[in-house]
Unconditional design. Structure first.
Lengths: 99, 125
């Protein structure tokens, strides 16, 4: 997994490439937590994400749980078919904002 | 049949993925997902001394068997998590097994000689 950060004013986009599995999901969690407080909206761009397991889904849910009380928008975009299928199966496509 | 013995260490996931990808001679995201979810569950909850993985691939069908000598656990008896309506009520436990059940073509469980045997069948095109 590789993460590239980009700030546009206070909108943070994290471009996540490769695989979010049990091992790498910890790095994604750390990266997001390190930036909390610095952004007023968060976008995860999954255009080059090829894989996500339940450990990765857990990070997304934990992030949404942290940001929602602060009214900070959290958007996941450019999800490919394979990853989208995993979102759909988990039912998380209905509770995360996926564009 | 091919076999692999793994330690109860999350980092062994890399070895497991490589082992399976070699057997099916390609990468398959759904197979990777099944293997990861079962493996991680055993590492985190079984208290086993080892994990043995047997794999066989024929007629475009992959059979994976996970064997451990940990706490008896039949994942097929585990209730599926409720489909969440709101972020507040979303629970994340049990999701890995739920995904595995949806992706696998067949799953069977046996407790034999003090060992959990979980067999998963998955068609790989």
């Amino acid at each position: 997994m590789n993460i590239t950060k980009n700030y546009n004013e206070k909108e943070l986009t994290l471009y996540v490439e490769g695989r979010i599995d049990t091992i790498t999901s910890q790095d994604l969690d750390k990266e997001i937590n390190a930036e909390i407080g610095n952004f007023d909206s968060l976008i995860l761009d999954f255009a080059n994400l090829e894989y996500i397991s339940s450990a990765g889904l857990r990070v997304l849910i934990a992030t949404q749980k942290k940001l929602k009380p602060e009214n900070i928008p959290f958007i996941i975009k450019n999800v490919n078919d394979i990853v989208n299928e995993i979102f759909r199966m988990s039912g998380f496509d209905k509770i995360l904002k996926i564009e | 049949m091919n076999s692999l013995k793994l330690d109860l260490d999350i980092n062994e996931l890399i070895k497991l993925n490589a082992f399976i990808n070699k057997i099916i001679a390609k990468k398959d995201i759904q197979v990777d997902l099944i293997a990861e979810e079962i493996f991680v569950n055993i590492v985190n909850y079984s208290n086993s001394d080892f994990i043995n993985v047997n794999a066989q691939y024929e007629n475009q069908t992959l059979t994976l068997e996970f064997i451990d000598n940990g706490i008896p656990f039949n994942p097929l008896l585990k209730e599926d998590p409720d489909t969440p309506d709101t972020i507040e009520e979303t629970q994340i436990g049990g999701l890995g097994i739920f995904l595995t059940k949806q992706l696998a073509d067949d799953i069977s469980y046996d407790y034999l000689n003090g060992e959990n045997h979980l067999k998963i069948i998955k068609k790989v095109e």
